[in-house]
Write a protein that binds this ligand. Structure first.
Ligand SMILES: CC(C)(COP(=O)(O)OP(=O)(O)OC[C@H]1O[C@@H](n2cnc3c(N)ncnc32)[C@H](O)[C@@H]1OP(=O)(O)O)[C@@H](O)C(=O)NCCC(=O)NCCS
Length: 135
């Protein structure tokens, strides 16, 4: 292993999103802009929240967000999202992002970890209760 941060993709888990940042997603230094990563994390986290709440959700809080390693244009990013808490109207999700760098000799690095809270909302954008788990 050449990179002490090198790891593998989580075994047996399916990413919510896989996407490759393009040059338009870079900051002035040529690396990927943190705000672009935050947007993808928000989308990835919302997917299990929408499924569990059986309807629309709104992001109420970004509880934590850590950019552990830089992301480069052309990295293949995988976003894994797991429900960590279900409240009365809210669902808290942990999102982990891995980058696969270099097409030929793949190097996998965990780049980002975040926790976000989503609130289930109705058609009037008011909070609603999370339904019980479907049988
Ligand atoms: C979502 C919204 C309708 C909720 O209404 P609200 O009156 O603020 O809701 P509450 O204060 O009762 O909080 C709702 C839930 O969120 C949780 N919550 C509130 N603030 C939180 C925070 N800072 N961190 C984590 N959870 C939080 C509450 O604990 C509650 O959870 P529970 O019902 O499971 O116990 C309203 O906040 C809203 O419209 N926000 C804007 C959402 C949005 O547009 N997001 C996109 C980004 S701009």
């Amino acid at each position: 292993m050449t990179n002490k941060h090198q790891t593998t993709l989580p075994e047996g888990k399916v990413p919510q999103l896989r996407v490759m940042p393009m040059p338009a997603d870079a900051n002035v230094h040529g690396d990927v802009f943190g705000g672009w990563i935050m947007a993808q994390v928000d989308i990835a986290g919302s997917l299990p929240a929408v499924r569990r709440s059986n309807g629309r959700v709104a992001t109420i809080a970004v509880n934590s967000f850590v950019f552990k390693q830089p992301v480069f244009v052309g990295d293949l990013l995988s976003f894994y999202a797991d429900i960590v808490k279900v409240g009365t109207t809210s669902i808290t999700i942990n999102v982990e992002v891995y980058a696969e760098r270099n097409r030929l000799q793949v190097e996998t690095v965990k780049v980002t970890e975040a926790t976000l809270t989503y609130v289930a909302t109705d058609e009037k954008r008011q909070r609603r209760q999370i339904p019980p788990v479907a049988e």
